[in-house]
Unconditional design. Structure first.
Length: 171
């Protein structure tokens, strides 16, 4: 597997967004899901508290239609799938019908060029909120500008992480 530098990663992310826009034509909308309990609900609560503190009045809504894209992001974050042109195309197809607001949230490229998860899950919502302020600027902007989100939790290396795919609505 070829290691990617930051510029290649950003280029592929842009390509993935373009593919998502193209793949969106003619798709059918899905039904949003609002969890009342559980781990996804805690992450969503933390994100919405973070957004409120940043002056965003509208809360994010969990969207089941973005779940397939979030599941692919887990595979990329765990190293089970390379983030390359094929992955970008798969992400575009998985998020068809949505105006995806930016790159997936919760993973970053390490110094060797591999993707890795960065959002550790905890039951403490206030700690989750505090950790959101440590995300890079692109992820923070993505969280503040989106209206829909899919959150996926997973274990990797004995630690529980979460990733997300956010969108500015449906096409």
């Amino acid at each position: 597997m070829k290691k990617m530098n930051r510029r290649e990663f950003l280029t592929l992310t842009g390509a993935a967004l373009a593919m998502m826009a193209l793949a969106a034509c003619g798709s059918t909308p899905s039904t949003p899901a609002v969890p009342t309990t559980g781990e996804e609900a805690k992450v969503l609560e933390a994100i919405n508290k973070y957004r409120a503190a940043a002056g965003v009045k509208e809360p994010l809504i969990l969207e089941n239609g973005l779940k397939p894209a979030a599941e692919l992001v887990v595979k990329i974050a765990k190293g089970e799938m390379a983030f390359d042109a094929d992955a970008a195309e798969a992400l575009g197809k998985a998020a068809a019908g949505y105006n995806v607001s930016g790159r997936p949230i919760g993973m970053s490229m390490n110094s060797s060029g591999s993707m890795m998860p960065v959002c550790v899950y905890t039951e403490n919502v206030d700690l989750l909120v505090k950790n959101l302020s440590m995300l890079d600027e692109a992820d923070q902007t993505n969280l503040k500008s989106a209206s829909l989100i899919a959150i996926q939790l997973f274990e990797y290396g004995g630690v529980k992480y979460w990733v997300a795919v956010a969108a500015n609505g449906k096409k």
